[in-house]
Design a protein around this ligand. Structure first.
Ligand code: NDP
Length: 253
């Protein structure tokens, strides 16, 4: 029974990613530099990020505890990688936010909470209960190792790029959005998004789970349109913006 329900939710979830992509190409999610009036009550961005990301590590840990894989080494590795990403996103990232747009709409926080609950269910239920029991030899499989390499390098790129953005606000510069330079900003406007995308493609490979592929698709649906919007933003305000820099995929897009 749950298998059928799970399959239906996953199909709907994948279709929703395509719909979200088409919507976000026309309407940037109203937070950060794209914040605008008309999206209801606001919340401080540190609290907003904390609350909206918190369900992701909680749901995964809960589904691990409720599942039947506590004796499985691969399941522990999957759980550890997920928690590594999300414990940083929940407890470290919000504390590092400063300046710029101080508040974000509660509507964004609410939709991100819903996203993280559904996505967490789809990942955790498959990995820790409904999916095939992975043998320990999976940890030596080229798909696992290649995925792990992507996951870790994507995370490092994401962290490095976000660090460079945070550093731009350390002084008392009047402009909240100076043109970033250094690292992978030489190639793209949003290397933090590129890193995030690489990370979740790696996750899809290292778990070999359809839900993980759907999450990578969702990440692209969210971040490719937003990177294009950031790119237009810089171009519109800075005539000397590096002309060869792309939005998110080096040399391509
Ligand atoms: P942005 O790149 O828009 O901003 C990241 C941070 O840097 C924000 O605090 C922003 O401030 C600040 N910032 C941006 N540009 C500049 C600049 N030129 N000078 C100084 N500070 C700047 O990323 P998001 O806020 O959209 O995303 C934050 C993180 O969450 C990223 O790591 C992203 O990969 C991840 N994420 C993942 C998603 C997924 O689907 N997996 C979806 C969305 C985000 P301000 O808020 O004031 O603009």
């Amino acid at each position: 029974m749950e298998h059928a329900l799970y399959g239906a939710v996953l199909i709907g979830w994948t279709a929703a990613a395509v719909a979200a992509f088409l919507f976000l190409l026309r309407t940037s999610a109203p937070y950060g530099r794209h914040t605008r009036a008309g999206w209801g009550p606001l919340i401080g961005k540190r609290w907003g990020w904390f609350l909206q990301e918190l369900p992701a590590p909680l749901v995964m840990a809960l589904l691990f505890a409720l599942g039947d894989r506590q004796g499985n080494r691969v399941a522990w590795v999957w759980l550890a990688l997920w928690e590594l990403h999300y414990l940083h996103r929940v407890f470290v990232y919000p504390l590092r936010l400063r300046g710029g747009t101080a508040k974000m709409p509660l509507a964004i926080v609410g939709s991100a909470i819903a996203f993280n609950v559904i996505n967490g269910y789809l990942q955790g239920r498959y990995l820790f209960t409904l999916g095939p029991l992975p043998p320990t030899s999976w940890l030596g499989d080229p798909r696992f190792l290649g995925g792990l390499l992507l996951f870790v390098s994507g995370m490092l790129l994401n962290l490095d790029s976000d660090n460079r953005l945070f550093a731009l606000r350390r002084g008392d510069a009047a402009d909240p959005y100076p043109t970033p330079h250094g690292g992978a900003f030489a190639l793209v406007t949003s290397p933090n998004y590129l890193g995030e995308l690489i990370e979740w493609i790696g996750w899809a490979l290292l778990t070999n789970a359809p839900a993980a592929a759907a999450f990578a698709l969702w990440t692209a649906a969210n971040l490719v349109p937003r990177a294009l919007a950031h790119h237009r933003f810089y171009r519109a305000r800075d005539p000397s913006y590096p002309p060869r820099r792309k939005a998110i995929i080096p040399f391509v897009l």
